[in-house]
Design a protein around this ligand. Structure first.
Ligand SMILES: NC(=O)c1ccc[n+]([C@@H]2O[C@H](COP(=O)([O-])OP(=O)(O)OC[C@H]3O[C@@H](n4cnc5c(N)ncnc54)[C@H](OP(=O)(O)O)[C@@H]3O)[C@@H](O)[C@H]2O)c1
Length: 311
C-alpha cells in the first residue's frame, strides 16, 4: 500500500489527511513511480480550499501537481518522446494530479528524464513554476538592453522568469519584499520593494521606459504600476484573474500557444539547472507527515522559494 495526501472536505491545509491507497500494476501507457519529492504550488491550495469550486462529487480530492522519483514498474513498451522508459529511471512528473503520494501511476507523457546533476528536490520544484516562467519570458520576449519588470521576482515563478530574462541580456527590475533583496541581487536582478510608491520607484529607475512587464503576483498595485508604465500589449500576467486581465486589456497566460511553449520547456529547464545556469531556490523541505505546515507556508505567499515535501 502507498500513502497519499487527500482533502476529504474543502478547507484549510489543516484538513488534509494522509491515507493508504492501492497502486495497481500500471495499465498501457502508464508507469509506476516511487515519489522521492513533490513540489507544492499555490494552485494546489486554491483547489483544495475551494477557491475554484466546492463540488462534493470531487471529494476525496488527491493533491499535488509535480514530483520527482524513480520508475518501479512499467507497462509493455512504455516510452516517452525522450526514449524508452525502464525500471530504475529517475524522472520528473508534471501535468498530472494526485502526486503527493509515496507511489503513483502516471502516463508516460507526463515524464521528463531527471538529469543526474539535479536533485529530486530541485527537480520536483522546477517544472510547474519554471514552465510558467518560460511562457512569460517567451511572450514578453526581452531583448538585450531592454529594461523589464518582473512582479513577484522572489516567488517560484518570478525567480525563474527573472533569471531567464537576465540570461537574454535584459536589465531586470524585480519586485519583492526587503528580505529577498539579496537573493535577487545575487542573480543579477535590481530589487524594487512592492508597496506604496511602487510606480514612482519603478519610473525613477527606468526614466526611458519599461519594455515589458511579467506579473507573477496579480495585486492591484502591480497591475496599476504596469499599466501606468508599460504598453498594454507588453504586459503579461499569470496571476490576475482572466476576467480582470481581459477588462484591463492585458494578456493573461496561459494563452493559445502556451501549451506548446510550456511542454517544450521542461527538458531545457532541467538542463539549465544541471549546467548550473539556472537556480531553483528551495525555501523549505518538509516530511510527508508535515504536509499541512508545508501548505501553510505556501499559502502565506512569502515562502521565498519552492516548498518541497519529501516522501
Ligand atoms: N496562470 C498560470 O499558468 C500559473 C502557473 C503557476 C502559478 N500561477 C500563479 O502565479 C502566482 C505566483 O505563483 P508562485 O508559485 O510564484 O508563488 P510564490 O512562490 O508564493 O510567490 C509569491 C510572490 O509574491 C510576492 N508577494 C506576496 N505578497 C505580495 C504583495 N502583497 N505585493 C506584491 N508581491 C507580493 C512574494 O514576495 P515576498 O515573498 O518577497 O513578499 C513572492 O515574490 C500565484 O498566484 C499562482 O497561482 C499561475
Amino acid at each position: 500500500m502507498a500513502h497519499a495526501v487527500v482533502a476529504t472536505e474543502y478547507g484549510a491545509p489543516s484538513t488534509l489527511s494522509i491515507v493508504e491507497v492501492e497502486v495497481p500494476a500500471p495499465e498501457a501507457g502508464k508507469v509506476t513511480v516511487a515519489v522521492k519529492a513533490a513540489g507544492l504550488n499555490p494552485y494546489d491550495w486554491k483547489v483544495f480550499t475551494g477557491l475554484y469550486g466546492t463540488d462534493p462529487a470531487k471529494l476525496p480530492l488527491r493533491v499535488g501537481n509535480e514530483a520527482a522519483g524513480v520508475v518501479t514498474a512499467i507497462s509493455d513498451g512504455a516510452s516517452t518522446e525522450f526514449g524508452p522508459v525502464s525500471v530504475g529511471d529517475e524522472v520528473v512528473i508534471s501535468n498530472a494530479g494526485g502526486l503527493l503520494a509515496t507511489e503513483v501511476n502516471v502516463r508516460t507523457r507526463s515524464l521528463t528524464p531527471k538529469p543526474a546533476g539535479v536533485t529530486f528536490e530541485q527537480a520536483a520544484g522546477l517544472l510547474l513554476a519554471g514552465t510558467t516562467a518560460w511562457d512569460l519570458v517567451e511572450h514578453a520576449n526581452p531583448k538585450p538592453g531592454d529594461t523589464v519588470v518582473v512582479h513577484g521576482a522572489s516567488g517560484g515563478v518570478g525567480f525563474i522568469a527573472a533569471q531567464l530574462a537576465v540570461a537574454k541580456g535584459a536589465r531586470v527590475l524585480g519586485t519583492a519584499s526587503a528580505r529577498h533583496s539579496d537573493a535577487l541581487t545575487a542573480i543579477g536582478v535590481e530589487p524594487v520593494l512592492y508597496g506604496d510608491g511602487l510606480q514612482e520607484r519603478l519610473s525613477a529607475l527606468a526614466p526611458s521606459g519599461i519594455a515589458s512587464a511579467m506579473d507573477a503576483v496579480g495585486t492591484q498595485e502591480a497591475l496599476d504600476a504596469s499599466i501606468a508604465l508599460v504598453e498594454k500589449a507588453r504586459i503579461f500576467t499569470v496571476a490576475a484573474e482572466p476576467d480582470q486581465a481581459a477588462e484591463l486589456g492585458i494578456t493573461r497566460l496561459p494563452a493559445a500557444d502556451s501549451n506548446a511553449i510550456r511542454s517544450a520547456s521542461g527538458k531545457p529547464l532541467l538542463d539549465l539547472v544541471a549546467a548550473g545556469k539556472l537556480r531553483v531556490v528551495i525555501s523549505d523541505i518538509f516530511p510527508l507527515s508535515e504536509v499541512s505546515a508545508a501548505y501553510d507556508l505556501v499559502k502565506s505567499g512569502h515562502a521565498g522559494g519552492k516548498v518541497i515535501v519529501t516522501l
